[in-house]
Design a binder for this molecule. Structure first.
Ligand code: HEM
Ligand code: HEM
Length: 172
């Protein structure tokens, strides 16, 4: 099982896709940093927290919306302009694991902001819980993803890390 999706394959990622990958990673770090302020704001309301906490909470909403857009554009680019073929030297089980984890990563990146929005605008405790649970799931899958990238690069010697680096992309 290699490329059973209908996505065209190329040697390289698009530059857009590469930059969006690292933008999303950076913004996730930001979400982690101000997540607990958002938690305070959600629990106590704007009147019950300091101005700084409220501000960081609102930043959380803005950054979350940008992550949603960045993930959606990346997904669009992947289907519109194709992605690199799974590396030759990668065993089939690892290719399958990569496909599953990539699908889950996209799903969480798109679902989390939606859950956050519903939690915030409709005061849903259930969605807030799901939002927090999704973060834990994201960390586990991202952990597997990073480990997979390192194993690919240094054990299977497939060069996947190099091809996701800025400067190694194609225009379209
Ligand atoms: C992919 C984008 C997002 C990520 C990665 C993210 C991540 C996080 C994290 C790490 C927390 C803290 C969880 C904890 O305390 O255990 C949090 C809390 C929260 N986020 Fe987000 N967030 C995102 C988008 C959004 C958006 C767009 C909203 C919309 C308003 C939002 C609303 C909330 C709320 C209401 C909480 C507090 C939940 C609670 O404490 O019960 N998030 N988020
Ligand atoms: C923690 C946040 C991260 C998320 C959400 C994430 C998500 C993704 C997604 C969705 C893909 C695209 C797969 C596709 O479209 O088929 C991808 C590719 C990739 N990511 Fe990440 N990633 C993260 C962090 C990292 C880190 C820290 C590294 C480096 C160690 C990394 C290395 C890679 C590599 C090498 C690829 C390309 C795989 C290939 O060429 O086949 N990622 N990532």
């Amino acid at each position: 099982m290699t490329n059973s999706t209908s996505v065209a394959t190329h040697e390289r990622w698009t530059s857009l896709s590469i930059w969006l990958h690292w933008l999303i990673v950076l913004l996730l770090l930001a979400q982690f940093a101000e997540g607990e302020f958002m938690g305070d704001l959600f629990d106590k309301g704007a009147a019950g927290v300091s101005e700084m906490t409220a501000l960081l909470g609102y930043v959380h909403i803005g950054v979350g919306a940008i992550i949603f857009l960045a993930a959606a554009v990346r997904l669009w680019d992947r289907f519109a302009h194709g992605r690199p073929a799974a590396p030759e030297g990668e065993p089939n089980w690892a290719k399958t694991l990569a496909r599953i984890s990539h699908a889950l990563l996209y799903a969480i990146l798109l679902a989390m902001p939606v859950a956050g929005f519903v939690a915030w605008f409709f005061g849903s405790e259930l969605l807030a819980e799901l939002h927090k649970w999704a973060w834990d799931a994201l960390m586990v899958i991202a952990g597997i993803h990073v480990l997979g990238a390192l194993v690919n690069q240094f054990w299977f010697k497939t060069g996947v890390l190099t091809r996701i680096l800025p400067g190694h992309g194609r225009s379209t």
